[in-house]
Each structure stands twice: as structure tokens, then as C-alpha cells.
Design a protein around this ligand. Structure first.
Ligand code: FPP
Length: 206
């Protein structure tokens, strides 16, 4: 029996291996991404039932833009499809969705779907589902450092005030943004053991 009292507070998943799965089956890569999305939906459902407070998935990295236009636009189409099919269920299950990364540069229909989801789930108090989109750990830290430098320049902060907590607060997971604790557990599907620029700061003790 699983003891709900001993569940990690935050589980993060690097969704990898969709392409290899598709290749093995002799189907297009996007079929692999679609299967990955179906697996993701099950994970959301189970995390919610297990009482996990935060689930984060690495859906699209800052490096993923290098893939073919067909693959990139196919992934965002999946995102739009997911919102159309699952938003009601997320609301019913009290799930709050947050995005890690600058999603405003995504295709317009994806941005609209995400904004609708963020707005419709913002007051929910159950599982927080963080979707990393156009996310990179180094990009996130660079943005945090820039924001702090600006505050120092504007006289709102002293250099001595740049503590670990101050940096943490500026991250996409920080208190000014998604407000998620560091993940205890990071799962990478496909069997690889690399972080690939995912939650670099937050994974110090994962
Ligand atoms: C990595 O596998 C997977 C991705 C780059 C895309 C994952 C995105 C989804 C499953 C859709 C997300 C949708 C929502 C709703 C958040 P890979 O292609 O790198 O696999 P490979 O290493 O075997 O080629």
C-alpha cells in the first residue's frame, strides 16, 4: 500500500523517448509525441489522486526550436488539443496549471489556449501542474540575474541583498511566479540520465 503521508511534494518529469518509441513502431515522430501526451495525462491523474502537490513536465525546451518546423508546430498543436479536451477535467479536479518559461513567443493559438487554462484554473487548490514550455534552466537563471541587476540599478536592492532566496524568488518556480518547492524526484523517461538544462538551480538536492 502506498502511504500518502510519505509522497514527495514535487515530482518533475523529463518527457523523453517519444521519437525512439515512434521509430521502433515505424510511425511518425508526432505519433510518438501524441503517445507521450497520453502518458502525461495519466501521470497528472495519478499525481492528483496520490496527493502530490506539484507535478512539473518538461514539454518544450529552449533547444527544441532547432527541430523541424513540422515537429515543432505538431507539438504545439498537441498542446491546443490537450486544452480543448482536458480543461474541463482539470477544473473539475481542482488542478491549477502554471507555465514555466516564456510562453508568449509560442504560436498564437497555443498562447491563447494556455492563457485560457491559466485563468480558468488559477484559484484551484489541488495539484499544481507546471508545464515547462520554451524552458531552459540557464535561460531561467540568466533572467533572474538580469531582474536582480535591474533592481540594484534602480536602487531597490543592495548587492548584499542578493541571497540564494532572492535568486530563487526570481526563477519561473519562484515565489513571484509559479511558487513551487524544489523537486525531490526527477524522472526521465527513455532511460537516459541527463538533466538537459531542466531545473538546474532547483535540482541541487533532488
Ligand atoms: C522528447 O522526446 C519530447 C518532446 C520534445 C516533446 C514532448 C511534448 C509532448 C508530449 C506534448 C506536450 C503537451 C502538453 C499538453 C504539455 P524526443 O522527441 O526527444 O524523443 P527521442 O529522444 O526518442 O527522439
Amino acid at each position: 500500500m502506498l502511504n500518502k503521508e510519505r509522497m514527495p511534494e514535487h515530482v518533475a518529469v523529463i518527457m523523453d523517448g517519444n521519437g525512439r518509441w515512434a521509430k521502433e513502431k515505424g510511425v511518425p515522430r508526432l505519433v510518438g509525441h501524441n503517445a507521450g501526451m497520453q502518458a502525461m495525462k495519466k501521470i497528472v491523474d495519478h499525481s492528483d489522486k496520490l496527493g502530490i502537490k506539484h507535478l512539473t513536465v518538461y514539454a518544450f525546451s529552449t533547444e527544441n526550436w532547432k527541430r523541424s518546423m513540422e515537429e515543432v508546430s505538431g507539438i504545439f498543436k498537441l498542446l491546443v488539443k490537450w486544452v480543448a479536451s482536458d480543461l474541463k477535467g482539470l477544473i473539475d479536479n481542482n488542478v491549477r496549471v502554471k507555465v514555466l518559461g516564456d510562453y508568449t513567443v509560442l504560436p498564437e493559438d497555443a498562447v491563447k489556449s494556455l492563457e485560457k487554462t491559466l485563468e480558468a484554473t488559477k484559484d484551484n487548490t489541488g495539484l499544481q501542474f507546471n508545464i515547462a514550455l520554451n524552458y531552459g534552466g540557464r535561460d531561467e537563471i540568466t533572467r533572474a540575474v538580469k531582474s536582480l541587476a535591474k533592481k540594484v540599478k534602480d536602487g531597490a536592492l543592495e548587492p548584499e541583498d542578493i541571497t540564494e532566496d532572492a535568486i530563487d524568488a526570481e526563477l519561473f518556480t519562484g515565489v513571484y511566479n509559479a511558487d513551487a518547492p524544489d523537486p525531490e524526484l526527477i524522472i526521465r523517461t527513455s532511460g537516459e540520465l541527463r538533466l538537459s538544462n531542466f531545473l538546474l538551480w532547483q535540482s541541487a538536492y533532488s
